[in-house]
Design a binder for this molecule. Structure first.
Ligand code: MFK
Ligand code: FAD
Length: 521
């Protein structure tokens, strides 16, 4: 008779078993709000390990595939995503992701509540939060600069809890000449002279090198309306339906995938995020509607960048949370030293788990600190000065939290994988998928280097730096004296470094700038 390995304890409710989240939420949320949302988080904590996890079990999740031509040689570009992918997306929408952020039932705390749900589900989401994060960002853009009809017709679909009518939105920035720097964007937008209910109509021609939300209904996209010499200042922002008409009548046939002259060139062959339909797209006269002012494309798309960067930090955190939970669970069943000791009782192993746990704690506090600022920036009720300080701190910290979480979480996940020994390396345990998926957080929505440069650029505005430093000083002042003394010196160093780098920073020397985001640790 051969012995078999002990199975890890069945994974517990992902909310109540979380070592950090419940107590942090209790501190961040007013008592009434906490009492109102906690039962939903407890319920959802159970749902994640039961109904949500079941949606991707067996063979329900697989990479999308593309049928470009039908048997008659006609271009059809049918995109087939997996059943599990579609069900997970629908489940998230039904749970109020991203609806909670726009219903704003809990005002500035709605972001905290919604992102708590995101973190609970991330490890089992198979990246459905990628399109949902861009949907969130697009909803914010429409709130900020959309016209009345766009707000009336499209915004409610983006933030709907009903998956049968909800829209998702993509973001098309990256092109072959550059993703970090979009100044060489080749897609041109030509005005048709027609006015539509959603804004002036343009025809877009070009090639979008990465489109992850290819199964979406709409996308926001940058395209050139000015000259090449104007660089990124010659770009404008467009809202593009992926299929036309955007609102077909119930009795008419479903619009064809190529009905807006958008052709899927190829699906990307990626290291991870396998269920996500990331594609290369060719736009050949696609119809789009101008959003905001001409030449302000980068500025107008920035809300998507900033919101998805916060989402990205929650994805890093959520994947780390799942790996840590598996590592902690295994330590309760795996025996060592001739079967006499459980891993959880071996100090050197516990020290390894404690390190991951510490990282998880620190990141959770950091990520939720930024989420709190986002909620306040969107619907805080402070004075004008307070609101401005919140927005400036958020501007400084968004690139940092995204880059820092991405950089640190992967290392933590690798440690968690190793803490199961060989079992950790087995595909079934999910570490491999979590790590592969989490690796992309270092790249999309801005690489770590590009986000470091973004921090430098925002710190170049002395009002941003002042808002951050004076806030940090006020926090230090409220800490015990010994800790305050220890924190003062690194803060001064950070301030000096940011001032120095920002004042000498130009696009020409940018490749020489170190990663100042990492100075924030
Ligand atoms: C669950 C997982 C969630 C995540 C899923 C995500 C799915 C993945 C999808 C993608 O990857 S989509 C593509 C994302 N692409 C990037 O993130 C591009 C990275 N590069 C940058 O962010 C560059 O910094 C940038 C393209 C913005 C540089 O462009 P420019 O034109 O050289 O910027 P410039 O001249 O500094 O700024 C132009 C204006 O925009 C300025 O305003 P003004 O016109 O008033 O002067 C800037 O202040 C403003 N701006 C730029 N970045 C901003 C911003 N404003 C606010 N926030 C920002 N982050
Ligand atoms: P580059 O910009 O060429 O960067 C290459 C290297 O140069 C990087 O290491 C970078 O850090 C470094 N670098 C760049 N600029 C500087 C500088 N000034 N100084 C020093 N170093 C620098 N994009 C979309 O628009 N929509 C999507 O839906 C989308 N989905 C994606 C899905 C996946 C799975 C992936 C991997 C990418 C996706 N992207 C999407 C593209 C992504 O945003 C870009 O890949 C990213 O912004 C980097 O751009 P790039 O690939 O052109 O790399």
């Amino acid at each position: 008779m051969h012995s078999v390995l002990e199975l890890p304890a069945s994974v517990a409710n992902v909310y109540t078993s979380d070592p950090v989240l419940p107590s942090l939420l209790k501190r961040l949320l007013p008592k009434d709000t906490f009492n109102e949302v906690e039962p939903d988080l407890i319920r959802f904590g159970d749902e994640v390990i039961t109904t949500i996890r079941a949606l991707s079990e067996g063979n329900k999740i697989y990479p999308p595939h593309l049928v470009q031509f039908d048997q008659w040689g006609r271009r059809v570009d049918e995109l087939h995503t997996s059943e599990g992918w579609r069900d997970l997306k629908a489940a998230a929408q039904k749970e109020g992701i991203p609806a909670i952020f726009y219903e704003r039932k809990h005002k500035q705390y709605s972001r905290i509540y919604g992102f708590a749900k995101v973190i609970l589900m991330v490890g089992d989401s198979h990246e459905v939060f990628c399109p949902l994060s861009m949907t969130d960002g697009t909803a914010r853009i429409i709130e900020l600069i959309g016209n009345e009809q766009t707000k009336k017709d499209i915004l409610p679909r983006l933030v709907s809890r009903d998956p049968t009518t909800a829209f998702t939105a993509g973001q098309w920035m990256t092109e072959r000449p550059g993703g970090s720097d979009v100044s060489l964007t080749e897609t041109n937008a030509t005005q048709t002279g027609e006015k539509t209910i959603y804004g002036p109509k343009y025809k877009l021609d070009g090639f979008k090198w990465f489109s992850s939300a290819t199964d979406s209904e709409v996308s926001v996209a940058l395209a050139r309306t000015g000259t090449l010499e104007q660089g990124s200042r010659g770009l404008s922002l467009f809202l593009i339906p992926l299929r036309l008409p955007l609102f077909p009548s119930p009795s008419s046939p479903k619009p064809s995938p190529t009905s807006n002259q958008i052709f899927v060139h190829r699906l990307k062959n990626k290291v991870g995020t396998h269920a996500l339909p990331t594609a290369e797209l060719s736009l050949q006269g696609a119809e789009g509607y101008l959003l905001g002012d001409l030449g302000k494309g980068v500025k107008n798309i920035a809300p998507v960048l900033n919101i998805t960067r916060v989402w990205s930090s929650t994805a890093s955190l959520g994947n780390l949370r799942k790996c840590l939970a598996m590592a902690a669970s295994y330590a309760t069943v795996r025996r060592i030293q001739s079967g006499k000791t459980l891993l959880r009782d071996a100090p050197i192993h516990v020290a390894q788990l404690a390190e991951i746990n510490l990282l998880y704690r620190a990141l959770t506090h950091f990520v939720f600190g930024v989420i709190t600022l986002l909620g306040k920036a969107e619907c805080g009720k402070g004075t004008k000065e307070e609101q401005e300080s919140v927005e400036r701190r958020l501007r400084m910290l968004t690139p940092v939290v995204k880059a820092y979480a991405a950089e640190k979480a992967c290392t933590g996940m690798e440690e968690a994988m190793a803490s199961l020994g060989g079992a950790g390396y087995m595909e079934e345990n999910g570490f491999g998928r979590s790590i592969r998926d989490a690796l992309v957080e270092k790249i999309w929505e801005g690489t770590v280097t590009v986000l470091a440069l973004d921090l430098v650029r925002s710190a170049a505005d002395p009002r941003n730096l002042e808002a951050f430093i004076s806030w940090a000083r006020s926090v230090i002042a409220s800490t015990p004296l010994i800790l305050a003394q220890e924190l003062e010196a690194p803060l001064m160093l950070l301030e000096q470094a940011l001032v120095e780098i920002s004042t000498t920073y130009t696009k020409q020397i940018s490749p020489l700038v170190p990663r100042p985001a990492l100075l924030l640790v």
